[in-house]
Design a protein around this ligand. Structure first.
Ligand code: CIR
Length: 258
């Protein structure tokens, strides 16, 4: 099934080595390797029947390659978020120009302060959106997000997070009822109606896979997850994201898919 036609990515900047990190995956990113991995990521996406808009690196924002966070794009509207991380908040202005190429002004909505929200906390399942209440996304941000979605004919529910940075750090929907879950998400009541594929603890990072038009891109180096995704019947591609992992970033964080 072809669901997405467009993808937006932003090249990593040199300052990425100073990006925010929890330190869970130690080490500073190697910038040249990160660029090569970004090239590979773009190549993989191009194999999935989408056109890829590549935004230039922005040195003012070390984490700006993680374009998933300053915007959420739905089939009916685009929502510019209000990132909760102060060093990332200005990214919302920069992503707006790119979004304008695809949406008219009346279909571009905004999360306003005191609401905060980051796209990594938003998981789309058809017309329903699960939103993580996290250190980056607050109750007011979710309230505004819900109001916007309802105005455009979609729904939303809140999922409180305990440990992970963003909702999609630990749970990702692969379409067709299939959902990858790790850690705190395995037992969440609201996800029990899906076909849950439990990710072993030692491969938890790879819960962050992306579905793009019936292909699932899996981070390289996670054999159990790769096997599980193949078993679901998807075509798979792998991309090494080791340098982004050092900044708690994964495959979904690096693009907007719509
Ligand atoms: C941050 O902490 O904001 C970045 N270092 C990583 C963002 C990852 N984005 C995502 O999960 N959507």
């Amino acid at each position: 099934m072809k669901k997405f036609s467009h993808v937006i990515v932003r090249r990593p900047c040199r300052a990425m080595v100073e990006g925010i990190t929890s330190g869970e995956y130690p080490g500073k990113p190697d910038y040249d390797l990160a660029l090569k991995q970004h090239d590979d990521y773009i190549e993989a996406l191009k194999k999935c029947q989408v056109d890829v808009t590549i935004l230039p690196a922005d040195e003012r924002y070390p984490d700006s390659c993680f374009v998933e966070d300053p915007a959420v794009i739905t089939k009916n509207c685009a929502i510019i978020t209000n990132p909760g991380a102060p060093s990332r908040n200005g990214e919302k202005e920069e992503i707006t120009g790119a979004v304008r190429k695809f949406f008219s002004d009346e279909d571009i909505e905004r999360i306003e302060a005191p609401g905060t929200l980051e796209g990594g906390d938003v998981m789309m399942v058809g017309d329903h959106f699960y939103v993580g209440l996290s250190a980056r996304t607050n109750e007011e941000g979710i309230r505004q997000f819900k109001e916007i979605l309802e105005k455009h004919g979609m729904t939303c529910s809140q999922v409180p997070l305990e440990k992970v940075l963003h909702l999609k750090t630990g749970v990702n929907y692969l379409e067709d009822g299939n959902m990858l879950v790790s850690g705190e998400f395995v037992t969440k009541e609201e996800f029990q109606k899906y076909n849950l594929v439990e990710i072993p603890e030692e491969e938890a990072y790879a819960a962050n896979c992306i579905w793009v038009n019936d292909t699932v891109i899996v981070p390289e180096g996670y054999p159990a997850v790769l096997e599980a995704v193949k078993k679901l019947g998807y075509r798979t591609l792998t991309v090494d994201t080791s340098e982004y992992r050092k900044l708690d970033g994964g495959l979904s964080c690096l693009s907007l898919r719509f």
